[in-house]
Write a protein that binds this ligand. Structure first.
Ligand code: COA
Length: 190
């Protein structure tokens, strides 16, 4: 890969509307508040957003971001409003397979900001960074078959639907089918 450990402190991605940057320890309250506010939307599809989700869990997760970035395992970013700096949601690259230069890309948007095209925009920014900086040649967006909003967001980002993977995800102990999408560098030129 080109550079599996780019400088976290110098990494900022923006399209003028949103700004993506790696999380900082003092983001803890904003992240926790956004997830708590969005439990109904998020909890249906992201099991970490369970009804009793608490700030200790946010802090523990945040504390691992730097190490996993340095190890080239996961690259997580907060999504912020480029104009007023408010926290909107999160996105990240995970499950990096270095030898095959691919990884998973995931996202969530706080409920008060859904419907503004933020997840598709964040996906494009993050995928481009993963190709240009990390050196990946494919990112995968895997969405549970029933998650209509996310299926739409994936397609709006420019990701291509490849097919349905049977029992690919386990949600609350139950296996479910998922739609595999991918983005390769040429998809972002459109
Ligand atoms: C899925 C998710 C990230 C989409 O983010 P977003 O920034 O709102 O994406 P978009 O604005 O492009 O909206 C995508 C689609 O969601 C639907 N949608 C958005 N807001 C909606 C609302 N208020 N009511 C009903 N449908 C809505 C629309 O179908 C929209 O497509 P359209 O723009 O063609 O109408 C967001 O809904 C979310 O965080 N959901 C919970 C977590 C999750 O599912 N994460 C993804 C796991 S794979």
């Amino acid at each position: 890969m080109t550079n599996p450990n780019p400088d976290r402190k110098k990494t900022t991605l923006t399209d003028g509307k949103i700004l993506l940057r790696p999380y900082q320890k003092n983001d803890v309250d904003d992240i926790h508040r956004a997830i708590r506010e969005s439990l109904k939307e998020m909890g249906a599809w992201l099991p970490f957003a369970h009804p009793n989700y608490n700030i200790k869990e946010t802090r523990e997760w945040l504390n691992k971001r730097d190490k996993e970035w340095k190890q080239g395992i996961a690259y997580d970013f907060g999504i912020f409003d480029a104009k007023d700096g408010s926290f909107i949601g999160g996105c990240g690259i995970s499950g990096v397979v270095k030898t095959m230069r691919h990884a998973n890309l995931g996202y969530w948007v706080r409920t008060s900001r859904i419907g503004e095209g933020i997840a598709p925009a964040a996906t494009r920014l993050l995928a481009k960074w993963a190709f240009d900086v990390i050196g990946l040649t494919r990112v995968e967006v895997l969405v549970a078959v029933g998650n209509k909003k996310s299926l739409r967001a994936a397609l709006k980002s420019g990701a291509k639907k490849e097919g349905i993977l049977r029992n690919r995800l386990v949600m609350y102990g139950k296996a479910c089918d998922a739609v595999m999408h991918s983005i390769i560098p040429g998809d972002l030129k459109a």
